[in-house]
Design a binder for this molecule. Sequence first.
Ligand SMILES: Cc1cc2nc3c(=O)[nH]c(=O)nc-3n(C[C@H](O)[C@H](O)[C@H](O)COP(=O)(O)OP(=O)(O)OC[C@H]3O[C@@H](n4cnc5c(N)ncnc54)[C@H](O)[C@@H]3O)c2cc1C
Length: 422
Amino acid sequence: MKTIAVIGAGITGVTTAYALARRGFTVTLFEKHRYPAMETSFANGGQLSASNAEVWTHWSTLVKGLKWMLKSDAPLLVNPRPSWHKLSWFAEFIASIPHYRQNTIETARLAVAAREHLFAWAAAEGIGFDLRKEGILHIYRDRRGFEHAGEVSKLLAAGGLPRRAVTPQEMRAIEPTLAGDYYGGYYTESDSTGDIHKFTNGLAAAAERLGVRCRYGSEIESVDSDGKVATVTLSGPAGSEVHRFDGLVVCAGVASRELARQLGDRVNIYPVKGYSITVNLLDAQSQRCAPTVSLLDDETKLVTSRLGVDRFRVAGTAEFNGCNRDIRADRIRPLVDWVNQCFPGVSTRQVVPWAGLRPMMPNMMPRVGRGQRSNVFYNTGHGHLGWTLSAVTADMVAGVVGQACGMPVRVAGLAALGGIPA
Ligand SMILES: Cc1cc2nc3c(=O)[nH]c(=O)nc-3n(C[C@H](O)[C@H](O)[C@H](O)COP(=O)(O)OP(=O)(O)OC[C@H]3O[C@@H](n4cnc5c(N)ncnc54)[C@H](O)[C@@H]3O)c2cc1C
């Protein structure tokens, strides 16, 4: 197996193409947009957050979801109109609750391992992406939230991630710009933030330098494989174009489910919508009054990152409403209000809203590894942590492709990620 097609040039596809090219494969990367990272990898929360490895498959998520059902500004919203996709996804979500601990520990382990690859690639390729290594501070307004975080910390520690509890006074010392009263916090010094769109574009250029053929503006109409030859059919103005490869890796975000279906696999990704605002810090006071340490507010489920001197990104909310990318004013408003409350010195005069669809598996674990057909592979379904995890899962899937070609590579941890071991 020498020639590999990678479908999708978001963070998962670009990291996969790059990792494969470094292993000597001849890679073609297909992307329907004219540039990489134009969908979910465009304007996310920016957190490289091993400390956010807790999976959502917990009874408390369901209880909160039901409570928030009728509140339009709630962090979690479910459109009650049933669909087979939504029902099957929630049934599998509930079935995964017993694996909450194990999946949180595994996600933390992966997130810690991902850092090594991401930072090494950025340094080797000279990619600037507003990386800020100032840690992530989780903030809690009440005792219950803080105590639950204490339990989560034990799981993170089991996954290799230490973090420490901090008092409100210590929180102020860590991030002096944060206003308000808090019960306490947890600080993870080793976490960081950066601009996913800049990184993905930088790595795509690096992949091209390594010989990856980037076919932007190429929408895949259908895929097929007989186990030996993988076929990719493109739709173009001049009609359909068919390309053949030795293997195929699906990294198509929320479109991966349909492509997997065509390849005889079930990858039950649901599009979980989230929103972000990028506050342009236009004046010296706003730049001074915006935080540089990244925050995660557990009650409102908002995350933040400071991108360079003049951008402050705030992201969050989870909306189960199918493949709907509308940017709703009533979902953006709470993000702006939160900035006004927590950072009163920051001007919110110029705010850029955005919505993206998290490709979420019901067990919250990415699908990484082989499909039923021996030359079909997946690196997709990273949900709320694609930026944090992609570098390691790309390396893992490239290892599996290598193994399938007889390269002696050991790939650990795949069983938990739904991949069929090579
Ligand atoms: C509001 C929000 C905040 C977030 N915050 C964070 C965070 O702080 N930290 C973190 O780690 N993660 C975060 N995430 C999650 C992270 O952004 C995603 O997990 C990640 O971007 C998904 O990358 P992807 O490559 O799987 O999908 P995408 O980036 O969507 O890439 C898939 C690509 O496939 C292409 N494609 C699809 N179908 C076809 C086709 N038929 N033909 C050709 N191309 C095709 C698409 O055009 C797209 O470019 C956040 C997500 C959201 C929505």
